[in-house]
Write a protein that binds this ligand. Structure first.
Ligand code: AMP
Ligand code: MG
Length: 384
């Protein structure tokens, strides 16, 4: 997103113990501190010997468990017993599996096969010392923690997590613990967004609810911004008389970079900035704000933190068709997996239908200009 280049939040990096690094964005390149494997390594339990001496008989000159350096060099008609992961002794060029060996008297063995694919991983076949093993920007998964551990690092540089405030606007809103009366509804967006922010690797901060009242919104924005890297608002961003958020941001000296994006759901969205500060105002409709976060905010955060995005698109066959009336926007259709490993639309009544998300695994894309997806179509699904 060009915006992140233009209005970056650059959080810098911090050093954390590896056990706290899961899900964080790696802030440094990680290099191998030794070859991998670090020595010629047996991949089987058996006997290390010279291929040309097979099938024997061979004399066993020592036993080499994993972790012990061999002390003897293999000469003609000699072998060393060896375990998986142990260092292959000098002179040997193959390992014969235990299963193909008969033991005889006086430390002698006879092989029942001359077949071996070597069963030796050679030093440096996976990595050479100094090779780049993980680039800065990697979003750290468990396997990455294993890779970093293997280089001997116990502290790792990661991008600082952004503190992202969530402010719900709307006079109809009450907090989930309250019982709504009459025309009131519960604020579900704040918890949903907090989860999305956490899943994106950052720290949500709930700034509560504010009514549709310009001065109160302004006060709350000013107060919130002091404690945050970024403020996300929901509600009040459209064109209604009480959609006061964009105007209020402007009054506070923010520049409105854009106020609409041609996606459905989620058309009204304001990106506002003032100096180094940024506010993103999302639609109040729960499905809209969800989609806006996934499609626009998350990539923005990835660019701000230098994260290498994980590809979250797959192509799936659609088992049931879907039609829509208006076609002027890129449509994100909530879908679920089917038993056959394909996908189908979930029951979806529009952007206020929060419960449609319960079974949703992602959004199938219908390009602007297209009214229909048919059974059997292969669709791009953006996984969530
Ligand atoms: P708005 O964007 O303010 O026009 O709101 C659009 C719809 O989303 C309205 O039906 C609101 O009641 C609803 N809505 C707004 N904010 C929230 C929220 N925080 N949680 C759940 N629904 C909301
Ligand atoms: Mg509203």
């Amino acid at each position: 997103m060009a915006l992140a280049e233009k209005y970056p939040i650059r959080p810098g990096s911090v050093l954390v113990p590896l056990k706290e690094a899961l899900g964080r964005v790696l802030g440094e390149d990680i290099h191998a501190d030794r070859d991998n494997p670090p020595f010629n390594r047996s991949t089987r339990d058996g006997y290390a010997c010279r291929l040309e001496d097979l099938p024997g008989p061979l004399t066993v000159i020592e036993s080499i468990p994993a972790g012990k350096n061999p002390t003897r060099t293999i000469g003609k008609d000699q072998c060393s017993q060896i375990m998986t992961g142990a260092m292959v002794p000098e002179g040997a060029n193959c390992v014969i599996m235990q299963e193909y060996v008969q033991t005889g008297p006086e430390d002698r063995i006879l092989c029942t096969t001359t077949k071996t694919d070597g069963y030796i991983d050679t030093q440096g076949q996976n990595l050479k010392m100094g090779d780049l093993v993980l680039p800065a920007g990697t979003i750290l998964a468990p396997e990455h923690l294993g890779i970093i551990s293997s280089t001997g690092k116990v502290l790792v540089e990661v991008t600082r997590q952004l503190i992202i405030g969530i402010l719900a606007t709307g006079s109809e809103l009450v907090e989930p613990v309250q019982t709504p009366e009459g025309a009131q509804i519960r604020n579900s967006n704040s918890q949903q967004l907090a989860g999305q922010i956490r899943r994106a690797g950052h720290l949500p901060k709930n700034m509560g609810i504010v009514e549709d009242h310009a001065e109160k919104i302004a006060r709350k924005i000013v107060e919130s911004m002091e404690q945050l890297d970024l403020l996300i608002l929901t509600g009040g961003v459209s064109v209604g008389e009480l959609d006061l958020v964009p105007g209020t941001l402007e009054e506070l000296g923010f520049h409105l970079e854009f106020q609409k994006v041609a996606i459905q759901p989620g058309k009204p969205i304001t990106f506002a900035q003032r100096g180094g500060e940024a506010c993103i105002a999302l639609s109040g409709n729960p499905v809209s704000s969800f989609v806006q976060f996934e499609v626009l905010v998350r990539p923005y955060l990835e660019i701000c933190t230098g994260a290498i995005p994980i590809n979250k698109w797959i192509r799936l066959e659609l088992e049931k068709g879907y039609r829509r009336k208006r076609t002027n926007r890129l449509f994100f259709l909530p879908v679920c997996f089917t038993e056959n490993g394909n996908c189908e639309p979930v029951e979806y009544h529009g952007s206020g239908h929060l419960h449609a998300l319960a079974k949703t695994i992602g959004f199938a894309e219908m390009p602007a200009g297209q009214t229909e997806l048919s059974k059997g179509d292969i669709v791009n699904v953006r996984l969530i």
